[in-house]
Design a protein around this ligand. Structure first.
Ligand SMILES: NC(=O)C1=CN([C@@H]2O[C@H](COP(=O)(O)OP(=O)(O)OC[C@H]3O[C@@H](n4cnc5c(N)ncnc54)[C@H](O)[C@@H]3O)[C@@H](O)[C@H]2O)C=CC1
Ligand SMILES: O=C(O)[C@H](O)CS(=O)(=O)O
Length: 479
């Protein structure tokens, strides 16, 4: 595999472009590789290839598609360590987390290899003699797979596997901040034997490339993962030609801790929930809502865990242990998170963590926890997308629910309680698409992943993820 150069894949051939951009390692600023920097013309060629291949690919049998997806899963698993190493370098991930992301990607191909064969329809009983009423599910057409930098491989995998299982042909575009391993995923699909034109990938300026793809007459669905702001733009663009928009957008997950929770388990869950991927996850615990009777004990325990974490490059030199926390994606992310922390302190929040030292080189932040955060502080009203969080208190269940829902986002939420009743009652009242009850990492390939409110439209994974790329056709038949 060539994991140093993120090239275009168009109609079964790999291409560079007139120019290229460097891909840098957030942990030390070194160059990891380069990404072809294409144009609208490259995007149109990719969509043309997908359109050309759609006729034959959409008529393959579900067994043929399932077999190819299973081959892709096996090939991806074979290349896991090589892909994960590149992913860790370009995205600033801890190596075990990069390996976990590739493993998770394999699960999506395994899952949709099975789901491909469960595309069923209906036969309705006739109300008039001599009539038959049938419905079947067919691939919607050419689908676009547009993804961010924080989980560049698994977010592509959950889209590509479903699209291909449904019988769609695909054009992908990945964030230029971490394009190398994601391109390696497309190389796996190419090498697995997907026919020319079925899977295409184009790199270049996001607005120009996306505009060219969205305006192509063969494009019928767009699956986008990224910020809510860009998601709104994608949705507006999709309305021009009534393209089906599937949007996995921003989050602001409340991490609610009741006084009847196992406090030590909640603290460990909070470490994972906030700091996985250095906090750069849309489903991350974004704010801590803690019952007032245990709030200070929770904050002190969590703050001590944050201060004790080792920080460093996610792929350490030979023999050195992998640090507990890696860098964030770039200096802009460092500034954005630091600004939220500084603003909260100016509003009267109290710093719980003490450590501020980080490695001198690279885009690092010390994990930071603040207490007594005002309800209107952007640290808790906005998506942090980094290793910082605020603690807000509540007295009653009603207040916890009200504060949890007081955001336009509704992707994930977390409830920590020893009460089975709360474990059932509280999620029912939360405006979130995904709820973890005493579980900080709920994501699996077979569950529906997606958000409520302004966190998105549609679901990925599960059987629902396949239906998003299918059209239902009804046939009224007089045999
Ligand atoms: N709901 C979910 O599953 C996820 C949501 N996200 C959200 O994404 C954000 C972080 O990822 P980013 O890559 O910074 O998001 P982003 O929205 O800036 O970029 C996402 C993708 O869109 C491209 N893009 C940026 N501006 C564009 C435009 N005007 N037109 C077309 N394409 C454009 C980027 O190059 C990238 O490939 C966070 O807000 C996070 O919550 C990230 C991962 C998963
Ligand atoms: O973007 C993300 O944060 C990930 O998609 C979350 S998960 O599905 O890997 O948990």
């Amino acid at each position: 595999m060539n994991l140093k150069s993120a090239r275009h894949l168009v109609n079964g051939s790999w291409h560079t472009a007139g120019s290229a951009k460097d891909v840098t390692d957030p942990g030390n600023g070194s160059t990891v590789g380069e990404v072809a920097w294409g144009t609208a013309g490259d995007a149109t060629k990719a969509a043309d290839a997908a359109a050309e291949a759609f006729g034959s690919w959409s008529r393959t049998t579900v067994r043929q598609r399932a077999d190819l997806l299973r081959t892709a899963a096996e090939l991806l698993a074979d290349r896991r360590d090589e892909l994960a190493h590149t992913l860790a370098l370009e995205a600033g991930k801890r190596l075990p987390e990069a390996q976990g992301e590739v493993d998770f990607s394999v699960e999506y191909f395994r899952w949709f290899a099975e789901e491909a064969r469960r595309t069923t329809g209906t036969v309705s009983p006739p109300e008039l003699q001599g009539r038959r009423h049938l419905s079947t599910r067919k691939p919607i057409g050419v689908a676009l797979s547009l993804t961010p930098w924080n989980f560049p491989v698994s977010i592509q995998a959950r889209k590509l596997a479903a699209m291909l299982a449904a019988g769609c042909t695909v054009v992908g575009r990945v964030s230029e901040k971490a394009p190398l391993a994601a391109t390696g995923l497309f190389e796996v699909l190419h090498d697995a034997g997907f026919p020319a034109g079925v899977v295409n990938l184009v790199h270049g300026p996001s607005r120009e490339i996306t505009a060219a793809l969205m305006s192509h007459p063969a494009v019928r669905a767009v699956s986008f993962t990224g910020s809510t702001g860009v998601g709104r733009q994608i949705m507006a663009s999709a309305s021009e030609r009534v393209v089906r928009p599937l949007l996995e957008l921003g989050g602001n997950a409340p991490f609610i801790v009741f006084e009847d929770a196992d406090l030590d388990a909640a603290v460990e869950g909070a470490v994972l929930g906030r700091l996985r991927n250095t906090g750069q996850s849309c489903v991350a615990a974004n704010r801590f809502l803690v019952q007032d009777s245990i709030a200070e004990e929770f904050a002190q325990k969590l703050g001590a865990r944050f201060d004790a974490m080792s920080i460093g490059h996610g792929v350490p030199d030979d023999g050195a242990p992998v640090p507990d926390l890696g860098p964030v994606i770039d200096a802009d992310r460092v500034s954005a998170v630091q600004a939220l922390v500084d603003d909260a302190e100016e509003r009267g929040a109290r710093r719980v963590t003490q450590r501020t030292s980080v490695p001198a080189q690279g885009s690092f932040l010390a994990p930071t926890l603040l207490a007594d955060v005002p309800d209107d502080a952007p640290l808790v009203t906005e998506e942090v997308f980094g290793p910082a969080a605020g603690v807000v208190t509540f007295s009653s269940e009603e207040e916890a629910i009200r504060k949890a829902n007081a955001t336009e986002m509704g992707l994930a939420a977390y409830v920590w309680s020893g009460s089975p009743r709360r474990g059932w009652d509280i999620p029912e009242q939360l405006e979130a698409g995904i709820v973890g009850v005493n579980d900080p990492l709920p994501s699996v390939a077979f569950a529906p992943m997606g958000g409520a409110k302004q966190s998105g439209l549609g679901r990925e994974g599960s059987s629902l993820g396949l239906e998003e790329f299918e059209e239902v056709q009804y046939v009224a038949w007089r045999p």
